[in-house]
Design a protein around this ligand. Structure first.
Ligand code: ADP
Ligand code: ZN
Length: 522
């Protein structure tokens, strides 16, 4: 590469953005785009994806189109670019007619270098007609995982993007995302017809983040304890429902924290104020649904708590990724209960079969992650198709406080037999009752006290057997019934296991004891 050319890029970086160095793959990506190549960028949140299209937009003739799913996100970026002295604008439903006309005029006369467009606006005929007249340098598709149903934030409008781009001419496409499992990645490339694109994938390992999963037991008390250890620091607490957001925000305020709620049901003005208060540090903690966060660029978020179990590992990774963007400490704590998983499954009950099945698989991966004794980082990275070979990451609960293992061959046989002999029609609690020889009405009405496995495990506690059944599920000796939430069946692997039991190691589960008082969460 020519020295001058290198200097030119760096010069622009310094001149416009004020940065001295490129980060990670940024320079290689930008060069690729400048060559007019289709480019696929997979980079964790906070690594600096935006610059990858912002800078080349300034160095090419014409206008770069950036497709972005959220109006708030667009606005942030446009404000930021304008502050850098770059003419960037957006085209979405919030513009007045006059503003719209101005944006269109400035796009056509070449004053605007970056035009942010919502996918909904992109599909409008009058906008397509206008874009056809513009001199477009390339199209960037931000948050490209929205294309895939396997992503954590599927948006049907995203599926039409390629068709529209096609109408605008033969333009280079740059797709960017922070979360793409290999499956999602393939989906995106196929949908945007960019199978031949150059792929730039950065490592997803966020070495400064500490991952921890706690049983959701006395969760409110535990949350308050955790937050007291992080007093006056900035953080996010994610909850599943709006109601829970309100309740937890209130709880935190009562306990002397400066917390504000954020969810889509709040008045826009209040929501915006709460977000600004968080960004400006007038409050320390934002309690939010997942509506909060996309495009939020606060470098010193010190913790992200998931009060409820997230719907997928991708979502989880994305949300925890908002911690420690400055490279300093970031704690990620999740409260997990099997109950939450069942609840989330119920939400999906009325969805079309395929969608329900997808959601179920995502949830299953979520519970494997939460219940597994394996290094959290290793599991997360594996999920993103990355192999992590370090023995002990020293930055997750499973590495720092490893669980002891025991030989579980015999007890696993009992657990699988319990499911089989009761006709594969029951859930965790009933199986444990049968194993422990609890003669309740339910057991009697099915004559399960006559089974030979009845009472086989009467010397151990409920908690112990629950942990055995759950781990039998994690190791896929048991599987969940697709149609009946909570019902456990014997898997193919489980049948093989019963025929010829083999050695299997379960974790001694100190954390998951006494699940009787799991906290309700909706
Ligand atoms: P992403 O979209 O990947 O989550 P952003 O594009 O929002 O990340 O960038 C995250 C932060 O990093 C922003 O504050 C951005 O200004 C900053 N940043 C990006 N590239 C550089 C760089 N080369 N040097 C310094 N800071 C950078
Ligand atoms: Zn680890």
């Amino acid at each position: 590469m020519l020295v001058e050319e290198k200097d030119k890029l760096k010069g622009k970086l310094k001149e416009v953005f004020g940065y001295n160095q490129f980060r990670g793959n940024q320079e290689a990506i930008i060069r690729n785009i400048l060559k007019g190549r289709n480019t696929f960028v997979i980079m964790p949140t906070g690594a600096g994806k935006s610059l990858c299209y912002q800078l080349p937009a300034l160095m090419t003739e014409g206008i770069a189109i950036v497709i972005s799913p959220l109006i708030a996100l667009m606005k942030n970026q446009v404000d930021q670019m304008n502050a850098f002295g770059v003419n960037a604008q957006f085209l979405n439903s919030t513009l007045t007619k006059a503003e719209m006309n101005r944006v269109k005029r400035e796009s056509l006369d070449g004053t605007i270098k970056l035009l942010y467009v919502a996918p909904e606006s992109l599909t409008k005929v009058e906008n397509v007609d206008f874009l056809k007249k513009a001199n477009i340098s390339f199209v960037a598709v931000d948050e490209a995982h929205c294309i895939s149903e396997w992503g954590h934030d599927f948006r049907p409008e995203y599926r039409r993007i390629k068709e529209i781009i096609g109408q605008l001419g033969n333009l280079p496409i740059i797709a960017l995302t922070a979360t793409a499992t290999p499956k999602v990645q393939m989906d995106i490339q196929k949908n945007l017809q960019m199978e031949g694109a150059d792929v730039f994938k950065s490592s997803f390992n966020r070495t400064n983040l500490y991952y921890e999963v706690k049983q959701k037991k006395h969760a409110k008390k535990n949350l308050v304890h955790f937050l007291r250890d992080h007093k006056n620091k900035s953080g996010i607490v994610y909850c599943l429902s709006r109601k829970k957001v309100a309740e937890i925000a209130e709880l935190l305020n009562v306990n002397g924290f400066r917390a504000a709620p954020y969810h889509a049901g709040l008045e826009p003005a209040i929501r915006e104020k709460n977000q600004d208060d968080f960004l400006n540090e007038d409050v320390d903690i934002i309690v939010a649904t997942i509506a909060f966060g996309m495009g939020i660029d606060k470098p010193d978020v010190r913790f992200v708590v998931h009060y409820d179990v997230p719907k997928s590992l991708e979502g989880y990774y994305q949300e925890t990724g908002r911690a420690g963007r400055d490279g300093l400490e970031g704690k990620c704590l999740m409260f997990y209960s099997h109950n939450d998983i069942n609840k989330l499954e119920k939400f999906n009950k009325d969805k079309p079969v395929q969608e329900r099945e997808n959601a179920r698989v995502l949830l299953q991966e979520m519970s494997y992650y939460a219940e597994s004794p394996v290094c959290r980082r290793k599991q997360l990275l594996h999920y993103f198709g990355e192999e992590y070979t370090v023995e002990n990451c020293e930055m997750c609960d499973n590495c720092v406080k490893p669980k002891d293992r025991y030989e579980a061959k015999d007890v696993a046989v009992v657990a699988v037999e319990a499911a089989l002999k009761t006709g594969e029609r029951f859930g965790l609690n009933h199986l444990v009752d049968v194993i422990r020889g609890v003669e309740n009405q339910y057991v009697k009405s099915y004559n399960h006290h006559d089974l030979d496995i009845f009472g086989k495990g009467n010397e151990d506690s409920v908690e112990y057997w629950k942990s055995v059944v759950r781990q039998s599920l994690i190791y896929e000796l048991l599987e969940k019934d697709i149609d009946n939430i909570g019902v456990l069946k014997v898997s193919k692997k489980g049948h093989d296991f019963l025929k010829k039991p083999y050695s299997i190691q379960f974790a001694i589960d100190h954390e998951y004891v006494d699940t009787g008082d799991e906290e309700e969460s909706s």
